[in-house]
Structure formats: structure tokens, C-alpha cells
Design a protein around this ligand. Structure first.
Ligand code: TYD
Ligand code: MG
Length: 476
């Protein structure tokens, strides 16, 4: 049974509308809808094949009919779940411990991963190092560099110690050339750097547009699945996040990784935004050094390395980044001002949280900062946005304001409510265990916190003002 239906497809974002309109309801582009006929074959496999052909532009000659096995799209026969063969979905370690941590083991054959991040953050460096490590471990690896020339990449590889014979390199931006390079090399792992610079003339629109990026990515998804090859697509994201990039690919691919960091800091964070083969809670940490990216297995040690104990305004916070406890220093500085609108500066933390803490300190604890400039920051280039940082921020502000230092061996965590009450935070046990591991002796936590911790004196308080009294910072 088969029938033909008419759809109107946007040439910018490739989203279909049932009827023609002057403006695409999805991306808002004007006059971009083009009418097209689609044959939909209503037998199960046929329908899927037609859909796949429409999405990927591939035909039976491209092997469309034979896709099965690992990642096979046409697994049309129902089976009891216990009898489905899952052995094709083994993760292959990248050899970079911090990357494997985030990927729950490594890259899965037949899967497609997007690595997004701002220009200059280190994406090309990361993929080159990972490919070299995988090639060194016996994988066939192919890097398609659509942005840099082959000699440029070779020079970089030289500096990174990534000159490994099993790593193949091709420079070019046409999708057809890319596919034939894959045919030649038959890689286990393919990296395309970047997906925004690859183009398929058959798709019509200009390189870098949403339609191109999505169209090329869809063809690469089909190619990876048919070959059982793990593919990584590098994608640029701008500060506004508006560019045709990782966002438009999120639902097409299996995994979306985000590579982040402050430009002026060496610290880089890798997280999974979406991951079909594991949790998205893990965080990978790297430091950008002269020889590329170096994993940071002990981040708390790194963040607290330069701490000067005994300085008013500093307090150590037991934070969580995903599943990973991180001890970081929160710092505050206050100085009297005659400005009608005193300055409020928040670095590495949420400005809204700072405003809230200032109000709670004022109304519930008698710490009046309305005629002072206030600067607060999290040291080391990390960003802590969880409410568990509230108590640390409140103590840092009060400590800076009273010019009295907090004890060196103290670590804190807790959320502050609008009434000035303290609320317990998730995963206190892991936070306190990390604090004990790093030699802290005392922890100041909300009264309801369940966990105790060996080697740590756990001090429980019910409110921010009680915490200030305990620390000798109260104003009343
Ligand atoms: P790059 O990987 O090219 O970033 P992206 O691909 O995300 O645009 O790296 C960008 C920066 O990293 C570059 O400006 C310099 C720095 N860098 C180092 O500090 N050390 C190194 O060993 C390398 C290769 C790069
Ligand atoms: Mg790059």
C-alpha cells in the first residue's frame, strides 16, 4: 500500500509544514517553503526506508536496503528484548581518561557524537589528541580537517606528540570527498572538524546554514551506522548560541558534548548534554598547557593550590559538578562607596543569587551592604550556579564586611531560603567525603543534613544568622 503526500519543506531548516505559508513556522525564515511530493510506502520496512531516504537523500544503491547490525536503522523484526543482540554497542576507550569518564567508557561503534564549544576553546586539540591515542591503541582513525590545511594539522600534531601512523588525515570541505575518504581509509573512528564547514552542493543552500549542517550531519549519521564507525562532529557555538551548530543537531545524533571554559583561564570542562549510552552527570576536566590538553584528575587540589588562609572574605565551598565533588574557594570583597548604585560584581556565580544573599543578609542577619561595592567570585575559572553555594557566599560576604577571617580548616555547603533558613543540599555525603580527603577538619552544614563524615567535625546550623554567630561574624 502506498500513497503520495505533499509537504512543504523549509529550505533553511528542513522542517516540513502541511501547507504553504509565507513564513516558516519553525525557523521564521520568509519565502523558504518549497513544495515536494513524498511517496510513503505503508509497509513497515518500506515506510522506514522511504523516511530514511527522504531524510538522508540516499538510495538503495548506497546500501540503504542493507542497513542492519550495530546501529542498523532497519531492524524491522520484533524480538524479545532479551534476545536482541547488544554486542555491537561496545564503547571503545579514547585513551584520554577525562573524555572516557564523560562518555561512560568511550566512543560506541556506529554512534555519532557532536563536540560543541566556542571558537578557540580547544576542540581541535582535544579531538587530535583523542584520535592519536586511539590510533596508538590500534584503531584506524581518520581526521577530516575542513578548517585547517593538512600541513597545519601535522604541525600541531607534532607539538602535541600526536604523530601516530594509524592516524589518517585529509583536508577538504566537500561531503562527497569526505565520503570517499571514508571509503578509502575504512576508519573505526572518524572526526569531522568542523561540521559547519562541510558542505553538500546537492542541498542547495550556502555552507554553514541550518539546512546544510543538518543535511550533512544526517548523511554522516547514516554513513556511521551503515559502517559501524564511531563519528565525532566538531561544531562551533557562539556566545549567543544562535549559529547553525550543535543545537540543530541535538536530536539527530546520539551524544552531544559541550567543551567549555573561560578564555583567560587554562581550565576546560567537558560535559555531556545528551548521551544515549550512559549518564550525563559526569564532568571531565582539562588544563590547556603548552603541549595541549592535560587531564586534571584531582581538581580540588588544583583549585585550592593557591589559597591564602587567614584572609577575610575567603571560604571553601564543597560543590558538585555533575557526579563529581569539587572543592573551590569562594571570595568576596566589600568596600564603602558613595555611589547611589553601588557596584555588584559576580564572577563564576549567578548574579541573581548574589542579589538574593545580599537581601537576606540585610533583612535576616543585620549585615547591611547597601552602601558598599560588592565583588564576589569563584576562584579558578569554574562556574558554580547550584544553590548549595549560598551559605559559602553569605559567609564570604559577611567575612569580607566584618574583616574577620573564617577558620582555615572549614568547608561549607548549604542553600539559603528567603527566610534566612538553611536547607540541605543533594549528595552531602560525597561533598563531605571529598573535604575529609583533602584534610579539612570542620564542615558547616544545614541542620537537616543527614550525613556525618569520619575525620570531619560536622557543625549543623539552622539559619544563616546562626552560621554567622558560630563563625563569629554576627553584627547584632
Ligand atoms: P583549538 O583546538 O584550535 O580550538 P578550537 O578548535 O576549539 O577553535 O585551540 C585553541 C587554542 O588553544 C589556541 O588559541 C592556542 C591554545 N593551545 C595551547 O595553549 N596549547 C596547545 O598545545 C595548543 C595546541 C593550543
Ligand atoms: Mg578548531
Amino acid at each position: 500500500m502506498s500513497r503520495v503526500r505533499t509537504v512543504h519543506r523549509c529550505s533553511e531548516c528542513s522542517v516540513d509544514s502541511p501547507r504553504w505559508t509565507g513564513r516558516c513556522g519553525h525557523c521564521g525564515a520568509w519565502n523558504s517553503l518549497v513544495e515536494r511530493c513524498e511517496a510513503s510506502d505503508l509497509t513497515a520496512v518500506g515506510a522506514r526506508r522511504a523516511g530514511l531516504a527522504a531524510r538522508t537523500g540516499l538510495t538503495d544503491q548506497d546500501g540503504l536496503a542493507s542497513w542492519a547490525g550495530p546501529g542498523g536503522v532497519l531492524a524491522a523484526v520484533p524480538l524479545p528484548i532479551t534476545e536482541v543482540d547488544g554486542s555491537g554497542w561496545q564503547a571503545r576507550p579514547t585513551g584520554l581518561g577525562e573524555v572516557d569518564r564523560v562518555l561512560s567508557g568511550g566512543l560506541v561503534a556506529g554512534s555519532v557524537t557532536v563536540l560543541g564549544g566556542e571558537p578557540g576553546i580547544g576542540k581541535s586539540t582535544l579531538v587530535l589528541q583523542a584520535l592519536a591515542a586511539m590510533a596508538g591503541a590500534g584503531a584506524r582513525a581518520l581526521l577530516v580537517s575542513a578548517e585547517e590545511s593538512a600541513p597545519q594539522v601535522r604541525l600541531r600534531a607534532d607539538r602535541l606528540g600526536a604523530l601516530v601512523p594509524g592516524l589518517w588525515l585529509v583536508s577538504g570541505s566537500s561531503l562527497a570527498d569526505l565520503v570517499s575518504a571514508v571509503d578509502d581509509v575504512r576508519p573505526d573512528v572518524l572526526v569531522v572538524d568542523s561540521i559547519q564547514t562541510v558542505a553538500d552542493p546537492a542541498l542547495g543552500s550556502a555552507p554553514g546554514t541550518v539546512a546544510q549542517v543538518r543535511g550533512c550531519a544526517q548523511q554522516l549519521v547514516a554513513l556511521s551506522k551503515s559502517r559501524g564507525m564511531a563519528t565525532v562532529l566538531v561544531g562551533h557555538v557562539t556566545k549567543e548560541g544562535s549559529l547553525a551548530g550543535p543545537r540543530v543537531l541535538e536530536h539527530v545524533v546520539d551524544t552531544v558534548l559541550s567543551f567549555e571554559g573561560e578564555r583567560h583561564h587554562a581550565l576546560r570542562l567537558l560535559r555531556a548534554v545528551k548521551h544515549r549510552f550512559g549518564s550525563t552527570g559526569e564532568l571531565g576536566l582539562f588544563e590547556m598547557v603548552g603541549t595541549g590538553l592535560r587531564g586534571v584528575p584531582d581538581p580540588s587540589g588544583l583549585f585550592l593550590g593557591d589559597r591564602r588562609p587567614g584572609v577575610p572574605g575567603g571560604v571553601v565551598l564543597a560543590a558538585m559538578e555533575g557526579q563529581r565533588p569539587l572543592l573551590v574557594e569562594m571570595q568576596a570583597l566589600t568596600s564603602p562607596t558613595s555611589l547611589a548604585m553601588p557596584r555588584r560584581s559576580a564572577q563564576g556565580l549567578d548574579a541573581g543569587r548574589l542579589a538574593l544573599l545580599l537581601a537576606v543578609l540585610d533583612r535576616r542577619a543585620g549585615v547591611r551592604l547597601s552602601s558598599a561595592d560588592v565583588f564576589a567570585s569563584v576562584v579558578g575559572g569554574v562556574r558554580v550556579v547550584e544553590p548549595a553555594a549560598d551559605l559559602a557566599l553569605g559567609l564570604a560576604l559577611a567575612s569580607a564586611f566584618t574583616d574577620r577571617a573564617l577558620p582555615d580548616d572549614l568547608v561549607v555547603c548549604g542553600e539559603v531560603g528567603l527566610g534566612g533558613e538553611l536547607r540541605q543540599v543533594a549528595q552531602s555525603e560525597r561533598r563531605l567525603a571529598e573535604a575529609a580527603r583533602l584534610g579539612f577538619r570542620r564542615a558547616l552544614v544545614p541542620a537537616s543534613t543527614p550525613a556525618g563524615q569520619e575525620g570531619l567535625e560536622v557543625v549543623r546550623v539552622g539559619s544563616l544568622s546562626a552560621a554567622l554567630v558560630w563563625a563569629g561574624l554576627d553584627q547584632r
